[in-house]
Design a protein around this ligand. Structure first.
Ligand code: ADP
Length: 245
């Protein structure tokens, strides 16, 4: 569903992403993890067509992002860590607008279901300025899900959510994957990544340092066995060896 081949992006002398290749199948949840500056945002923004890669190719549901951009973008949703909302549209007007933009014929039916799922029904007539940070995040996700994307790309999806919102969001993401969406999730919340992701892609300085399920990664590195996810992450992405427990 998502196929990335030798993706590179440089900013002047900085190689933000360096010949990165990976794929995500339908139903798979890929956790993209790495320290600050590792190239996660650059990778996600390249996948959505927001920035042009310096080299490499990206296919979304078989469409080449470079040459078949509109088709590729029509099946994907990107929810950035900072929700971008329209100040003068209410919650339900956002969904109506997105529904028209993507030509979602059954948007009037789907929108109230999504609002209920994301606990926004009471706020449907509110403007973004009247919403909490977590509610804005949920609205951005509702807008992303309205056209039933085959590819869902989420950057820190739990920012600003309360414990009940976090639980709901986990359920929502897992349900989309079960329905066959290919999901990429970037987060520093390692417990979320461990719970939701079927595969991990650990990057450092724009390059892949580990890929596979947690069990596969640990199997390839016996020195990591028995260590916490946090220690494994620090070892894979740090300059030092495994920290002492
Ligand atoms: P992450 O999301 O993992 O923190 P980023 O993709 O934001 O990492 O950044 C990767 C590298 O690219 C960093 O060294 C960062 O400073 C650099 N970078 C990102 N965006 C730009 C930009 N617009 N101009 C110049 N350098 C950038």
């Amino acid at each position: 569903m998502i196929e990335v081949s030798a993706l590179s992006k440089s900013y002047g002398a900085t190689m933000a992403v360096d010949t990165l290749s990976f794929s995500v199948a339908p139903g798979e949840v890929l956790g993209l993890v790495g320290p600050n500056g590792a190239g996660k945002t650059t990778t996600l923004r390249s996948l959505c067509g927001i920035i042009n890669p310096s080299a490499g190719s990206i296919r979304i549901a078989g469409y080449d992002l470079q040459t078949e951009g509109p088709q590729a973008k029509s099946v994907l949703a990107f929810v950035p860590d900072e929700p971008h909302l329209f100040d003068y549209l209410t919650v339900e007007e956002h969904l109506r607008f997105v529904g028209r933009l993507y030509g979602v014929a059954d948007a009037p039916l789907r929108a109230p279901i999504l609002l209920e799922e994301l606990e926004l029904t009471d706020k449907r007539r509110s403007l973004p300025g009247e919403l909490s940070r977590g509610m804005k995040q949920k609205l951005a996700i509702a807008c992303g899900l309205l056209h039933n994307p085959k590819v869902l790309i989420l950057d820190e999806p739990l920012t600003g959510l309360d414990p009940s919102g976090i639980k709901k969001m986990r359920t929502t993401i897992a349900a989309r994957a079960r329905d066959g969406a290919a999901v990429i999730l970037s987060s520093h919340l390692l417990n979320l990544v461990e719970e939701l992701c079927t595969t991990l892609l650990v990057i450092r300085r724009g390059r892949c340092v580990a890929r596979g399920s947690l069990a596969e990664i640990v199997a390839g590195r016996p020195d990591l066995a028995g260590h916490s996810l946090e220690d494994i992450f620090l070892t894979l992405t740090g300059d030092a060896g495994i920290p002492t427990l």
